[in-house]
Design a protein around this ligand. Structure first.
Ligand SMILES: [Zn+2]
Length: 440
């Protein structure tokens, strides 16, 4: 009983940290900035891809690309070709609505913003929420450009639903939203003094404390201003935006920070942007970002190509992304033998068609890690008559040739503006990952 109580206090503690990360990270740019600060506080040093590196044995480093993807590593105490890499990968992006390059327009007396759909958004969940804008601002600098992150804290946008009186069949037919016609949020009333083209630049420059004329480019997304919370009579649930996949990024980061400072293998975090749109970008899972860094680590230990290939062959990549818990109102959507439950431990995902990279050995190695950490483990396989989603696991496995396992914590409402997961699961995943990063 005492042990149970301790576990629940501990899970509340780590979930508070997770919710802080999520609330501070409305976009992948913010997520990378927040994770970078956690790493710096943990003694990690920032490296830049364009500079020459000097790596120390047991040194702690991180690199970002495009400000939206991040690779962190702790150089191993042992020779890399003997100890290999231990990698946990996840993604920093979440499905959302993004402003178009020329977003402002007036219609029927309203001032509105044109948006694009980023990733597999559960569109209806973005209606009738208190929304705002966040993202990256490109500024004119003395030499070229610089960029700053911005976030408007107040709710300034809304996508109102049509009243039921004007859409009588909505409860029978469901809410069908055309992305071009029905998703443009209302910003304000388009009165005589309505905002001009410069309105958004003025808005962000006020927030940043710079001149509007310095603002060259805007990469802004919509987000829900409501903060995440723990919920349920026993605080067993998490209700928040972007649990997919900031929860996995958080669990892996905390694990690396909590693991012993020195072990033989070189431990790596690889957090990618653009997973939700297929990973094909300079900073996505299909890019050579991680491969380049693994090579540079090897070059620094004065090893050759053979050592790199030997190191890869000794490595394990854990691809962490959220999993589908069984929904009690739609349990027929799961295979009856594979119904992951919230707070019953991480899920190992497999798919014969390789939409998940798990194979027998990598799956078993993860199960053993769970056993060692005293954590229950579950298995997921999609119904044979449904199409399977995918994640960075198969893409990085094909790219690097490293043995890979796809895992993740069970959740509901995946890709909703407000998702749902379990508090106990988050602590359990941190324990399993910490065990992974602690082994010699
Ligand atoms: Zn995901």
């Amino acid at each position: 009983m005492k042990k149970e109580k301790r576990k629940s206090t501990e899970s509340v503690e780590v979930c508070r940290l997770l919710l802080d990360l999520i609330d501070a990270s409305p976009t992948p740019f913010h997520a990378v900035r927040e994770i970078s600060s956690l790493l710096v506080a943990g003694g990690f040093q920032r490296l830049r891809e364009e500079e020459a590196w000097n790596l120390d044995r047991n040194g702690r480093y991180f690199v970002t690309r495009n400000g939206s993807s991040l690779v962190a590593f702790v150089c191993g105490a042992g020779p890399v070709e003997e100890a290999g890499f231990k990698i946990i990968g996840a993604h920093t992006d979440s499905p959302n609505l993004r402003l178009k390059p020329n977003p402002l327009f007036k219609k029927n007396g309203y001032l509105q913003l044109g948006v694009e759909v980023y990733g597999g958004v559960l569109l209806t969940t973005w209606t009738d929420r208190d929304l705002s804008l966040a993202g990256r601002v490109i500024l004119k600098a003395r030499k070229g450009t610089s960029s700053e992150l911005v976030r408007i804290h107040e709710p300034i946008l809304r996508i109102p639903q049509l009243a039921i009186h004007l859409n009588r069949q909505v409860n029978d037919k469901g809410l069908v939203l055309n992305p071009q016609n029905h998703l443009s949020p209302i910003l304000s009333l388009a009165g005589k003094d309505a905002a001009s083209e410069a309105f958004l630049k003025d808005l962000v420059s006020r927030e940043l404390g710079c001149k509007a004329s310095e603002v060259m480019g805007l990469e802004l997304s919509l987000f829900d201003v409501q903060k995440g919370c723990m919920a349920g009579p026993g605080q067993e649930f998490l209700f928040a935006s972007r649990l997919d996949n900031l929860a996995s990024c958080h669990a892996a980061t905390l694990a690396l920070l909590r693991a012993p400072a020195r072990v033989d293998p070189t431990r790596v975090l690889a957090f990618y942007d653009n997973e939700e749109v297929g990973s094909e970008s300079a900073q996505g899972g299909a890019s050579p970002f991680l491969k380049n860094i693994l090579e540079r680590i090897l070059i620094h230990s004065s090893s050759g190509r053979e050592e790199l290939l030997r190191a890869m062959a000794r490595s394990l990549f854990i691809s962490a992304d959220m999993a589908h818990a069984v929904h009690p109102n739609y349990s027929e959507m799961h295979d009856a033998q594979h119904m992951p439950m919230i707070n019953e431990g991480p899920v190992v995902k497999s798919h014969a068609g390789q939409r998940y990279a798990t194979e027998g050995v990598s799956g078993t190695r993860f199960e053993l890690l769970c056993q060692k950490a005293g954590v229950k483990v579950q298995k997921f396989s999609i119904r044979s008559d449904l199409q399977c989603g995918s994640t960075i696991g198969p893409i990085t496995a094909a790219n690097l040739g490293i043995r890979t396992v796809d895992v993740g914590n069970p959740m509901l409402s995946m890709h909703s503006i407000r998702e749902m997961a379990g508090t106990r699961d988050h602590l359990d995943l941190i324990r399993v990952f910490t065990g992974f990063f602690s082994e010699d």
